[in-house]
Design a binder for this molecule. Structure first.
Ligand SMILES: C[S@@+](CC[C@H](N)C(=O)[O-])C[C@H]1O[C@@H](n2cnc3c(N)ncnc32)[C@H](O)[C@@H]1O
Length: 282
């Protein structure tokens, strides 16, 4: 048994190396063949990860928090008369390369199994490979082929699981749903908005028009001094404070996968709460 385990470990690390070489080669990404063996290995790793997370203290605390009267009350309001909700996952990353991404997808799979009212799980990340996409489908997810840039209208109750996404993606989602009725259909499990308000990020738009990851305060000034940059919209995230109920999840274990993550429920009562009151000032 120990020899088998060791052999699998060596095989996995070789597999990681092979995968990272292939996936880092952007030109070849789309013509990569899906090796059935690679899919089997990834499936096996996902199942192992789901089991590990399910029996962890993290998941125990997570479930406990969701079942507290306050949070379950927010979920009841969110579901309203609908008995089912759907889940959209943006920004999961590469589950073949990153244990963090496997843990995050595992959490989504456990929520679907244990909550009982999530009927559809849709996933999109521009970096998802064909092998990863096949494994996600086998796990019961629907993998989107169109980049919505986070601009999904929540016509029905939808949990958006956006682990460690960049702020512009949260902002696109909030802006698209900036109406009383739509915001109530939205729950976001992702980076803490409260943390963003405490430390507003600087965003740089690179020459290829891609927003660069947030760089904070002094680091930003040192790193980007003298180089052109633009701030990008984050005013909807910042202006949602009045009607957001945020609950941090316990990230004391599996910190890298779930650090600074919160549940966000939105309950605006009147149009006046939707007035944008944030302007970015560098
Ligand atoms: C900071 S990484 C987070 C990856 C992983 N979840 C983690 O915690 O390490 C942000 C992710 O968002 C993805 N992303 C960028 N634009 C996106 C879009 N329009 N829709 C969905 N995901 C997007 C990126 O490809 C990247 O994998």
């Amino acid at each position: 048994m120990a020899i088998l385990r060791k052999t699998m470990e060596i095989f996995n690390s070789l597999q990681d190396l092979k995968t990272s070489l292939e996936l880092n080669d952007w030109g070849k990404r789309n013509i990569l063949k899906i090796v059935p063996f690679r899919k089997k290995i990834l499936m096996w790793r996902m199942k192992r990860c789901i089991n590990k997370l399910e029996s962890s203290q993290f998941y125990h605390n997570f479930r406990h928090q969701v079942n507290t009267p306050t949070i379950s009350g927010h979920f009841s309001k969110f579901l309203g008369s609908d008995s089912k909700a759907q889940m959209v996952i943006y920004g999961i990353g590469n589950i073949e390369l990153e244990e963090i991404s496997r843990l995050q997808l595992s959490l989504a799979m456990l929520m679907k199994k244990d909550f009982g009212w999530i009927e559809l799980v849709e996933v999109f990340d521009p970096v998802i490979s064909k092998t990863e996409s096949q494994v996600m489908k086998t796990l019961g997810c629907s993998v989107l082929s169109i980049n919505e840039h986070g601009r999904r209208e929540a016509m029905k109750p939808t949990i958006f699981f956006m682990p460690h996404c960049e702020i512009h993606l949260y902002n696109n989602l909030m802006e698209t749903n900036w109406e009383l009725s739509l915001l109530r259909n939205l729950v976001i499990l992702g980076n803490s908005f409260e943390e963003y308000r405490k430390r507003p990020p600087f965003i740089v738009i690179l020459e290829n028009n891609q927003p660069f990851a947030p760089v904070y305060g002094d680091n930003f000034k040192k790193f980007w001094k003298g180089r052109p940059y633009f701030s990008i919209a984050m005013e909807h995230v910042m202006s949602a404070e009045k009607f957001t109920n945020e609950f941090r999840i316990d990230d004391s274990t599996y910190f890298a996968a779930f650090a600074f993550s919160s549940w966000h429920f939105f309950n605006p009562c009147s149009e006046t709460e939707l007035v944008i009151n944030y302007s970015y000032d560098d």
